[in-house]
Design a binder for this molecule. Structure first.
Ligand code: 5GP
Ligand code: ZN
Length: 115
């Protein structure tokens, strides 16, 4: 997709701080981190989100990268949260499938009220 920011990151056309990369996925630091560790994992192929008929192999690659990222970021032992915002109600802003890996602090138990 020519106008997709994350496709451009996957293609190396936009710079990002890369944490892990292989033929199928790339993990990079969120440009606007919400917690001390905030890394995004994306498949290099474009899918809008997890509801976009994503092949199970692609989902497997993305989710098996979570543990690698947690190890590389040093949060494997203390724990972390993964989030995949999907669609409008979830406030998905970048429409290329991505998983947030969040950690490096004790995270809040629950979400706040809707705004
Ligand atoms: P969403 O709300 O779609 O789940 O999250 C998209 C995330 O991508 C946001 O946390 C935002 O800060 C991050 N983001 C948006 N554009 C860029 C970018 O160009 N580079 C990086 N590294 N992160 C981005
Ligand atoms: Zn894309």
């Amino acid at each position: 997709m020519t106008d997709c920011m994350f496709c451009k990151i996957a293609a190396g056309e936009i710079s990002a701080t890369v944490v892990y990369e292989d033929d199928d996925v790339i993990a990079f630091e969120d440009v606007n981190p919400q917690v001390p560790v905030h890394t995004l994992i994306i498949p290099k192929q474009h899918y809008a989100n997890i509801g976009d008929d994503v092949p199970s192999e692609v989902l497997g690659k993305v989710f098996s990268t979570v543990k690698k990222v947690a190890e590389l970021k040093g949060i494997e032992e203390n724990g972390y949260r993964i989030v995949a915002n999907t669609g409008d109600d979830a406030r998905q802003t970048v429409h290329h499938l991505h998983v947030h890996v969040l950690g490096g602090m004790r995270l809040p138990i629950r979400m706040g009220p809707a705004d």
